[in-house]
Ligand binder design. Structure first.
Ligand SMILES: [Zn+2]
Length: 199
């Protein structure tokens, strides 16, 4: 019978190997030899939850304030994240607009919602979705959501070039977006699939 090293933790005081599966709900085990308390998993899900909630709030703010500002013929123009999608649509770039809409709005928003739902399901008896569904949609939206950083830089470059306007500059929404991307990234990085989905 082979030993699964995933289920074993070494006691940091006496070096005894302890079976993780005997851990309590809070992932604590007592070493049977020296009584040292050991942590079976590092539970980051609270951090992940707070980042996910912050991400959603920043996302709302980001869409209220303009991303960029430019002036043409002494007229000030502003564009929010949504506007950039419409700008692409107006230029008949339907497919690009669709991808941009999905990767910068739908996928990241759902990703944060899934993290919050997974957290609710883990700590309460409320069950909206199966673990498999949450797991699959988490990984799907995570993969697609990270493309946003890439695509946003393309849009900004695009607008800067096509606009032919030297007065183009970033506005408040752009700086909120930087915070948003940070929170989005951290909520995914801190998310422990192991403790939530039981992978
Ligand atoms: Zn020990």
């Amino acid at each position: 019978m082979g030993l699964n090293t995933e289920n074993i933790i070494e006691c940091k005081s006496c070096g005894l190997f302890v079976n993780k599966q005997e851990a309590s709900k809070k992932y604590l085990i007592k070493c049977p030899r020296c009584n040292t308390k050991l942590r079976a998993y590092i539970d980051h899900s609270y951090d992940s939850l707070f980042y996910a909630i912050s991400a959603i709030m920043l996302f709302v703010l980001m869409n209220i304030f303009p991303l960029i500002k430019l002036s043409i013929n002494n007229k000030d123009l502003q564009a929010t994240l949504y506007d950039t999608v419409f700008i692409l649509l107006e230029q008949n770039l339907f497919f690009v607009a669709l991808i941009v809409f999905f990767t910068i709005i739908i996928a990241p928003l759902f990703n944060s919602i899934i993290i919050i739902v997974a957290f609710i399901q883990k700590h309460t008896k409320v069950k909206f979705f199966t673990k498999t569904f949450l797991h699959d949609s988490f990984h799907f939206t995570k993969t697609w959501g990270f493309i946003e950083v890439f695509i946003i830089s393309i849009i900004v470059t695009y607008i800067k070039l096509v606009g032919m306007v030297s007065s183009t500059r970033f506005d408040l929404g752009f700086y909120i977006m930087l915070f948003y991307i940070f929170c989005f990234y951290m909520s995914n990085k801190k998310f422990e699939g192991k403790s939530v989905f039981g992978e």
